[in-house]
Write a protein that binds this ligand. Structure first.
Ligand SMILES: Cc1cc2nc3c(=O)[nH]c(=O)nc-3n(C[C@H](O)[C@H](O)[C@H](O)COP(=O)(O)O)c2cc1C
Length: 676
């Protein structure tokens, strides 16, 4: 059971319905606004902090200082119990029903369906169109490209559904090239993974060379699949040959460039990782080589260590073969399960995020070819510096996964999750649990990085407990093991968001790190960032909740200003998200439902934004506002903590929900506690 916050008093957002019906929102100053209530139970919780001056200073202001004229009288918040299991069952039933209701994709495009009566979807066009809700608005795909691939199934199909048929605009057709999403894994490859027929020749060699006992997959071959596999193998070999040639050319070119650059760059490239600020500046981020000496040392160490018996010989990493990425002075959007989806990342990119990272993907699920997991690797073309995050603890899966990524995925770096605190992940020995097993971290880093031509990074926490952080012991070795940057989230595995991230400790760790250290935790203002760079060797900043609450945080930091953004500008971002969502998940029923669900999850964070113009002083992440109203109905609506108001916002762009529609946020952001 999970509790969701609601109030028993009806909100009086007088103009919401008008806003929805007219789809036009004007900002006006009014006092007749809806009531925004905040969870007072949580507000009264007293965060404990690390004892630094800075943290003490911050923790004093637990309540955001809002100008008195905007503050509302206290309202009691009631908690409504939500039965999660019942909700899941309901969802499954809805999915089943929607399958029967859905028009066959082939028929919806006016094509023949080879399954005929045996098709699991409906073929009755008239019946389907009669029961279909009224079109929500203009179809972006049809308007832009002259056709909509969802045909009659499009919920925005008014302009392209004529006489029960979907039409194309021949004048537009073929004129605009549709945006190509990167990292769409082909059906063939998915089948190969699912049937255990995806070949991992490099991993097998690695396992043999390093005495790793890998679990062997039993291929579920049939003849057709074997032939297909053979074809793919040949294709891959050809590609590899091409790539090798290209790589050789690139290395040659790189080497030529190296010889013309400064001495320090040269020495770094031939030795190991980034050592000094001076050199990191020159070379951006270098990758790691394990020198022969190192290999020897590790072999000796490995013999002595009980935990490390699996690795006897290390495959040398090839530094010159690695792509590079600059981790100096970068604003990085954190990996965010569920909410850090592709449409949200597009918004952040537009607003100034330098680097984006996909949602955490489990190595085992990727190798099983799970569609939803593979979808987490997708990258929008606007994501020019993009990393994917993987999570797992088994060396064989990790190495195979790295080989798969190297073959199929276009990423600028691969991040290993060693910070996820949730039990499901830690009980498998992955996520934050890895921090207690440095040898395992070494094994994973070496195994993964030696299979990738892009850099490997790792995201860690300060340790298991706040009182005895251990990250500083691990950090100096990470470069040697194959990491080219480390992100440190300044909280322990056990720590919740009510306590502040320990930036004093992050700063200390940045002093001992030989690779760029990316600081993470509670960053919410440009002032935070100025202070971090002024007082530490932290090389870049990663932002999670700050971006969810106000994605324009990246603009604020870059322009060193507070942006008193208007409610209508904020609504524009929400509209953009809805459009990006429809583009990504589709404009049919499933696409609209998904877009709505993910938008609601984002709104469950973004409502926490307190407009700058309402504040008496700078607002920090851990400060919760008292109940307040905005400078317009829309501003008040955007600050509402009530799910029904968030649903209203989605209805402006995605049409009305059914009367029984309900939503439970994936992450409980209301209580200022969330996954991480
Ligand atoms: C909703 C949510 C989802 C998250 N998902 C991930 C994840 O998939 N991988 C990860 O390494 N961290 C994840 N985190 C942790 C964040 O990346 C980040 O380390 C943490 O929130 C601290 O940063 P912040 O104070 O800026 O929020 C998540 C955090 C939140 C709030």
């Amino acid at each position: 059971m999970e509790s969701v916050e609601t109030t028993n008093t009806a909100t009086t957002t007088p103009s919401n319905s008008e806003i929805i019906s007219e789809n036009v929102v004007e900002e006006k100053n009014t006092n007749e606004t809806s009531t925004t209530t905040f969870n007072q139970d949580v507000v009264s919780e007293t965060p404990k902090t690390e004892g630094t001056n800075e943290n003490k200073e911050r923790s004093r202001g637990l309540e955001a200082k809002i100008k008195p004229e905007f503050i509302l009288p206290y309202k009691k918040v009631e908690k409504v119990e939500v039965d999660k299991a019942a909700k899941k069952k309901e969802f499954r039933n809805q999915m089943k029903e929607s399958m029967n209701d859905k028009l066959c994709p082939k028929i919806s495009k006016g094509l023949e369906c080879e399954f005929k009566e045996g098709c699991k979807f409906s073929h009755d066009v008239e019946k389907y169109l009669a029961s279909k809700p009224k079109s929500i608005g203009v179809c972006q795909n049809f308007q832009t490209y002259g056709e909509c691939k969802f045909g009659l199934n499009c919920f925005f199909g008014e302009c392209h559904i004529v006489d029960n048929k979907t039409i194309v605009n021949k004048e537009l057709l073929g004129k605009v090239e549709p945006t190509k999403i990167i990292n769409e894994v082909s059906n063939e490859t998915q089948i190969q993974l699912k049937t255990n027929n995806y070949p991992f020749p490099k991993s097998e060699i690695y396992f043999k060379e390093n005495n790793i006992t890998a679990r062997q997959f039993k291929g579920r071959n049939n003849n057709k699949q074997q032939q297909q596999q053979q074809k793919n193998d040949n294709k891959r070999k050809e590609n590899e040959k091409d790539q090798d040639e290209q790589l050789n050319k690139k290395i040659k070119l790189d080497n030529e460039n190296i010889s013309t650059t400064t001495e320090s760059t040269e020495s770094i490239k031939t030795t190991e990782t980034t050592e000094t600020t001076e050199t990191t500046e020159t070379i951006e981020t270098t990758t790691n080589t394990t020198t022969t000496n190192n290999t020897k040392n590790i072999k000796e160490e490995a013999k002595q260590s009980n935990e490390h018996t699996e690795i006897d010989i290390m495959t040398p990493l090839k530094a010159n073969e690695k792509k590079r990425i600059n981790f100096e002075n970068q604003l990085i959007l954190a990996p965010l399960t569920t909410v850090g989806n592709l449409p949200f990342r597009r918004i952040c990119k537009r607003l100034g995020a330098d680097i984006t990272i996909g949602e955490m993907a489990l190595t085992t699920k990727l190798l099983e070819g799970t569609k939803s997991e593979l979808a987490l690797l997708k990258r929008h073309p606007s994501e020019d510096k993009f990393g994917i995050q993987i999570c797992g603890s088994y060396i064989d899966s990790a190495v195979r996964c790295a080989e798969f990524i190297e073959n199929e995925i276009d990423a600028d770096f691969v991040d290993i999750n060693s910070g996820c605190p949730i039990d499901l992940v830690c009980n498998m020995g992955a996520g934050a649990a890895l921090m207690e097993r440095p040898k395992k971290v070494e094994q994973l880093l070496r195994g993964i990085s030696s299979h990738l031509s892009c850099p490997t990074t790792i995201k860690i926490r300060i340790g298991k407990s706040e009182s005895a952080p251990t990250a500083h012991n691990l950090i100096p070795s990470l470069g040697e093991w194959g990491a080219c940057a480390v992100t440190l989230h300044g909280r322990s595995r056990a720590q919740r968001y009510s306590r502040l991230a320990n930036w004093e400790y992050i700063k200390q760790c940045s002093e001992v790190s030989k690779i760029p250290l990316i600081g993470n935790g509670d960053v919410y203002n440009y002032q935070d960032v100025v202070n971090i760079y002024d007082t530490s060797k932290v090389s870049s900043i990663m932002i999670a909740r700050g971006a969810l609450i106000k994605p324009w945080i990246f603009t604020e930091i870059k322009e060193k200003r507070e942006w008193d953004i208007s409610a209508s500008e904020r609504l524009d971002f929400i509209r953009d998200f809805a459009n990006y969502g429809l583009d990504h998940w589709g404009s049919d029923r499933i696409g609209v439902d998904n877009t709505r669900k993910f938008l609601l999850n984002w709104l469950s964070f973004s409502h926490r934004y307190v407009p700058v113009g309402l504040l008496e002083k700078v607002h920090y992440m851990n400060e919760r506002p008292p109940a307040y109203f905005g400078r317009s109905d829309l501003e008040t609506l955007l600050a509402s903590t009530q799910v029904k108001d968030w649903i209203k916002i989605t209805e402006m762009f995605l049409g009305p929900v059914t009367s029984d529609y309900s939503f439970v946020p994936k992450h409980n952001s209301n209580s200022y506690e969330s996954q991480g």
